[in-house]
Structures are given as C-alpha cells and as structure tokens.
Design a protein around this ligand. Structure first.
Ligand code: NAP
Length: 362
C-alpha cells in the first residue's frame, strides 16, 4: 500500500536516487519501493541496473523510473530535477574507487564534489528548497588516519586521497547550502559498508569472489595488499535505512553511521575461507607472507605490493551514537553474518552461471 506524502496528501512520495546502479542505490531503491515511494534513479548507464533486485515489488514498472545522466552535466541534472520534482534526493553517484582517484583526481572532483554542488544549486535555482530534502553520501574517508581513535561528527577532517578530498568538498557544500540557502540538506558520514552487491574492485567483494572461485575449483591464489588494515565494516542494507531516517527529521543535520567495531582484512579472509570449510595458516612476514590451506597445504593467499595505496589508513572505527540517539538507527547485521552472506551469494552466482552455461535445469 503506497505511503501518503504528508506534504502532498493523496499520492505517494517521490524520491530521486543518483547512483541507482551502485551497491547502495539498489538497496535504497528497494527500501523506498517497499515503503510505497515512486523512485526515480539516475546513473550514466541505467541499463546496468539489475531489475532482479526488485523482483518482489509488484507494481515495479509503474513506480521505478530510470534516467541516464552524467553528474558532470549541469543542464541535464537541472532538467531532471525540474521534471521529477522529488520530495527526497539521495546523492549517491560518485567515482568511488580510491586508487582511481589518484589516477584521475580532476574527474573524481568533478563528479564527487562539483556534481553535488550542481544538484544543490539546481534545487535553489528551481525554487525547490521548500519541497525537496537532500541527502549527501559523505564518507569516513574524510577523517583520514585518526590513528585508531574513534571518529564521530566532531572529529577534524584530514582527507588523504583525491576521493576523500572531493567528498570533503561535497560535505562542506552541503552544510553551506543548508546554512546559506535554507536547503534541508544532510550529510551521512558513512563508514565502509559492504554486501553481495559491492563492486568487485573492493577488497571485501574481491575476497568473497575469490573464495567462491576456489570452492568451484580455481587454484589461482588471492592477491591482496596490507592484510592488517582494519576497517569498521557494516552491511549496506542497514546503512540505507539510516539515510532515509536522516531525511525524515524536521531539521537537517550530519550523522555518522558505523558499527563501532573494526576487523582486519586478514580476519575477513579467514572467515570467508572458513565458510567453505578451509582453515588458513599464515607463514612469512610483510610482502613475503603467504596463507596456506591448513589441511591441504595449497597456497590460498599471497601479499602483492601492487595493492598497497600511496597513502593508506591503517584503521577506521566510527561512533554512531548520535544516529542511534536522534534517529533511532541500529546496525542489524554482525560482521560474521556479513562475510557469510557475501561468500554464499558469490557461490550461488557462480553456480547459476555454470548452470546456465551447461544448460542444467537445477
Ligand atoms: P558504487 O557501488 O560504486 O556506485 C556508484 C554509483 O555512481 C553507480 O551507480 C554509478 O553508476 C554512479 N556514477 C559514477 N559516476 C557517475 C557519473 N559521472 N554520473 C552519474 N552517475 C555516476 O558506490 P556505493 O558503494 O553504492 O556508494 C554510494 C555512495 O556512498 C557513493 O557516493 C560513495 O562514495 C558513498 N560511500 C560509500 C561507502 C561504502 O562503503 N560503500 C562509504 C561511504 C560513502 P554508473 O557507473 O552506471 O554511472
């Protein structure tokens, strides 16, 4: 049953999600569609969206509308905002890969920072600020290396990559449009969140996929950078609920979403392989370290300096107590549940691919 919009009684609320083809965009679209929203989604190539993610939504064709548009196209974004006239905009589109941001910092800034400004400016110019609430996907990467100290909304920002610098600029622009133009604009400062829909260029998904491939018979060792990097890893499904809660508040504000725990890449690898019944023993040190299967002696993991970053953050850990207190937000998925879900999903994907390649009816 569609929700009735409080401001516009008699019809469902309208949301616009930039970056709908990404991990968070897909979870957020499902979350909003389940709550009766009409959802408009934008990315450069919306044909990439896997509509299977929304198969459980009955009137999908009437309520999900997709638009191909680039975040560097100011006129295209403005036309879209004018046509859609959304009550909620979630700006998730971004060049999200940190290593790529070192290779192309100017493009990363254009999409991640100026892209957000283009949207905020269009809201003001189109006189939509009384109607539209705005969520900016800010990132814990903006904190830089807090040397293991827990980070919250008051922690000073010290970005260490062009990606984080661009996110910092978008964060400040969001605050500025809130203060200078009265836009209902909020920043979610999100710590890493993963899922089976994480891009394969991110370490968690790379590990899950490698474990699934090994399970299917591949013998190529998994190559990783620093095994002792520690991250505060949550589940994307839990975090999109927090984004929505931020826009339901009367007053816009900035919130950290995090689990408050940190785990190493090494722990992720060990848990992921244990999902397929393999225990790892580690031998050697630094770039010579190798992870072997404890019972067969096969090489499962090798360290490869190519995956070390120019400036890396050794440990991240966030304090989401403000979001918990003000929004009532809760993290629902534990770290072992997250790892397990990702590995099982990649095993299923591989089995389905093999099934369709061999024509198996299973
Ligand atoms: P993701 O899976 O990499 O998705 C990024 C999305 O942005 C895709 O839909 C991509 O679609 C779109 N996009 C990229 N360049 C674009 C452009 N020039 N114009 C229009 N669309 C463009 O990212 P995610 O993990 O879902 O993250 C969502 C947002 O949260 C991002 O802004 C990210 O920086 C931020 N964030 C993520 C995390 C995390 O741990 N996942 C943590 C903190 C903040 P196309 O390629 O189809 O254009």
């Amino acid at each position: 049953m569609p929700l009735q919009s409080a401001s516009f009684p008699g019809r469902a609320p309208i949301a616009l999600i930039t970056g709908i083809t990404g991990q968070d965009g897909g979870y957020l679209a499902a979350f909003l569609l389940e709550r009766g929203y009409i959802v408009h989604g934008l990315s450069r190539d919306v044909s990439r969206l896997d509509r299977g993610r929304f198969a459980h939504i009955v009137d999908l064709n009437r309520r999900l509308h997709l638009h191909s548009c680039d975040m560097i196209d100011a006129a295209g974004l403005s036309r879209l905002l004018e046509t859609v006239r959304a009550e909620e905009i979630y700006n998730l589109a971004a060049q999200t890969h940190i290593q790529t941001s070192f290779d192309d910092p100017a493009y990363t800034t254009d999409v991640n920072a100026t892209g957000a400004v283009r949207l905020l400016n269009a809201l003001v110019k189109l006189d939509l600020t009384h109607r539209t609430r705005f969520y900016q996907a800010s990132s814990s990467e903006m904190f830089g290396d807090a040397k293991g100290k827990i980070q919250n909304e008051d922690t000073p920002l010290h970005p260490l990559s062009p990606y984080a610098v661009a996110k910092h600029a978008a964060f400040e622009a969001t605050v500025n449009f809130r203060e200078a133009f009265g836009v209902h604009a909020s920043n979610g400062i999100l710590f890493n969140h993963e899922s089976p829909w994480r891009g394969t260029n991110f370490v968690t998904r790379k590990i899950a996929r490698a474990v699934a491939m090994r399970h299917a018979g591949d013998t190529t060792p998994l190559k990783l950078g620093n095994l002792d990097t520690r991250r505060d890893w949550g589940h994307a499904r839990d975090y999109v609920e927090g984004m929505w809660l931020m826009l339901q508040r009367d007053e816009p504000d900035d919130y950290v979403l995090a689990t408050g725990e940190h785990h190493s890449v090494r722990e992720f690898v060990e848990l992921a392989f244990s999902e397929t019944g393999r225990d790892i023993v580690w031998r050697g040190e630094g770039i010579e370290e190798i992870g072997f299967d404890a019972s067969t002696g096969e090489t499962l993991v090798e360290v490869d300096p190519a995956f070390f970053r120019p400036t890396d953050i050794s440990i991240t850990i966030g304090d989401a107590s403000k979001a918990q207190r003000v929004l009532g937000w809760r993290r629902r998925t534990s770290f072992p549940e997250l790892v397990s879900e990702m590995v099982v999903a990649d095993i299923d994907r591989l089995e389905r691919m093999r099934g369709s390649a061999t024509g198996s009816a299973d």
